[in-house]
Write a protein that binds this ligand. Structure first.
Ligand SMILES: Cc1cc2nc3c(=O)[nH]c(=O)nc-3n(C[C@H](O)[C@H](O)[C@H](O)COP(=O)(O)OP(=O)(O)OC[C@H]3O[C@@H](n4cnc5c(N)ncnc54)[C@H](O)[C@@H]3O)c2cc1C
Length: 473
């Protein structure tokens, strides 16, 4: 589409006059900040960024965009690395002014506006001694993370973020504000839980909350020669976990030393003495860094923040691994990964993580119960490549795709297999890029999703996430 003249927005400004919404066109102070995203690859020059404050504002923007044929995108926390919340020449519906959270301590529910980040939710809930399943990095948006799935340290006990979602309010493509829950617009609620980004703008999430005491958690760092023993511990954890322990471990090569290290985030939902006993074999390996201690739950999701700051070019990739892990396989993956990192300028901050978040609780819900279809007896593997030189963009993308396929094929489910009814797809949509098809991401749920897309967004207004098209099966 061609460039949009800033004057075009005069009528929208009039329409939003009584609201405290802001319309930022490229000449406006604050515009440059408003198009920043977690990854610099997703900085796109929108024709306007509209910082909305309510469902009514959102409906006005949608109607205006349709009338003028200007494409839109929704910006939650801005962490998607596939560009799902950024747009060149279109309108960004920016939810950053919608970050209110309220807690009903009696009913044990958390109501959060659609633009919240996890920090908003964790801190407010903690005031009541409560928590829900949030992401492991607290500046991530609740919007994208929840709608695509939601794995967190509490998933072993309570399932995915989606499994704890009681209802949403969302503005549909036609501007209507509706509630979706098990009892209201149940088909929409089914679709929203896994593919919600394709169906509307969620203005409000209601989550189930749980009493949450302090937890034992921290970061460990080991020299690479400890990999076989760490893998042995991962296999042991897999056998003995009751859902209250997590181990996220993997490889990075951070400056200023630029030396390869193994990093591990450990989590134990219980008292320090039991945690120390549980992780004793790992601690006995003599980590060169060990920050593990008892901390409040609302501090837990900031542990990984220092390794996950804004800035730089970044790309997430997802795959899966099945247990037991073979140390020789992990070493071969490490070698291939480090070879790529070390032969490409400025990539040392990249990270590969095996995410051992126990899945028994997650498996209590079926892959047909909602659109999300990544439940199976495997763990996610995530890569986050980070680099600075735009000339590397294409090469990193190609390497990431091939490398993640290889991990899943050689160490996990074979992703080229045809996914049968009820089987997990082996690919977490929130780690996948837009070149992964809806069938790969949603398996046999893809057909129903496309039907529902036809019902709720026939003109495909919300088209920036995973290319789900409105069509009949
Ligand atoms: C540092 C980091 C840590 C992460 N940790 C975890 C983790 O622990 N667990 C996990 O499961 N995932 C994790 N992820 C992946 C994360 O779930 C996705 O990146 C997710 O898309 C981020 O959501 P966002 O709102 O921040 O991103 P955005 O880029 O703002 O949004 C992503 C997509 O969701 C849409 N969207 C956002 N909000 C709304 C809304 N209210 N209504 C409708 N659509 C909306 C956007 O339009 C876009 O298509 C992590 C990612 C990063 C970068």
């Amino acid at each position: 589409m061609g460039s949009v003249n800033a004057n075009v927005f005069a009528s929208l400004k009039m329409e939003l006059k009584s609201s405290s919404a802001e319309i930022l066109t490229p000449d406006a102070p604050g515009y440059e900040d408003s198009i920043k995203r977690w990854s610099d690859t997703c900085i796109k020059r929108a024709a306007a960024v509209v910082k909305v404050t309510s469902a009514m504002d959102i409906a006005s923007v949608l109607a205006f965009a349709k009338e003028k044929s200007i494409p839109i995108v929704v910006h939650g926390g801005g962490h998607s690395t596939s560009g799902g919340s950024a747009i060149e020449g279109g309108i960004v519906i920016d939810l950053c002014k919608m970050r209110q959270v309220s807690v009903d301590a009696e009913k044990k529910t958390i109501t959060a506006q659609g633009g919240c980040i996890w920090e908003n939710v964790d801190i407010e809930a903690a005031k009541y001694g409560l928590a829900t399943v949030g992401g492991t990095v607290n500046h991530t948006g609740i919007g994208g993370l929840t709608l695509g799935g939601g794995y967190g340290y509490l998933s072993g006990r309570y399932g995915l973020t989606l499994d704890n979602l009681l209802s949403v309010k969302l503005v549909l493509a036609d501007g209507k504000l509706v509630t979706a829950s098990e009892n209201e617009n149940a088909d929409l609620f089914w679709a929203v839980r896994g593919a919600g980004q394709n169906f509307g703008v969620v203005t409000e999430f209601v989550f189930r909350a749980y009493e949450q005491k302090e937890v034992y958690a921290g970061m460990l760092m080991f020299p690479p020669d400890k990999i076989p023993e760490i893998v042995a511990f991962a296999n042991h954890l897999h056998e003995v976990t009751n859902g209250d322990q997590c181990l996220l471990f993997g490889f990075t090569c951070p400056p200023p030393m630029n030396a390869p290290v193994v990093v591990a985030a450990i989590f134990f939902n219980g008292p320090a003495a039991a945690a120390e006993e549980f992780f004793a074999p790992l601690i006995a390996l003599g980590p060169v860094v060990n920050t593990a201690s008892t901390i409040p739950y609302d501090a837990l999701n900031s542990l990984l923040n220092p390794a996950c700051g804004f800035g730089g070019r970044k790309l997430f990739g997802g795959g899966n691994i099945t247990m037991p892990l073979d140390p020789a396989f992990v070493l071969s993956i490490r070698d291939e990964y480090m070879e790529f990192i070390n032969t490409h300028e400025g990539m040392g901050e990249s990270l590969l993580l095996f995410e051992q978040i126990p899945y028994q609780k997650i498996l209590e819900t079926s892959n047909e119960a909602m659109a999300f279809a990544n439940r199976g007896k495997y763990y996610n593997v995530a890569t986050c490549f980070k680099w600075y030189d735009t000339a590397l963009d294409a090469e990193v993308r190609t390497f990431s795709r091939t490398f993640m396929n290889k991990i899943s094929q050689e160490g996990g489910l074979d992703r080229n297999r045809k996914v049968g009814d009820g089987e997990g797809v082996g690919q977490y949509a929130n780690y996948a890029n837009h070149d992964v098809s809806p069938t790969v991401l949603f398996g046999s749920n893809a057909a129903r999703l496309q039907e529902l897309k036809k019902k709720y967004d026939p003109e495909n207004l919300f088209n920036k996430n995973h290319r789900l098209l409105p069509q009949s099966a």
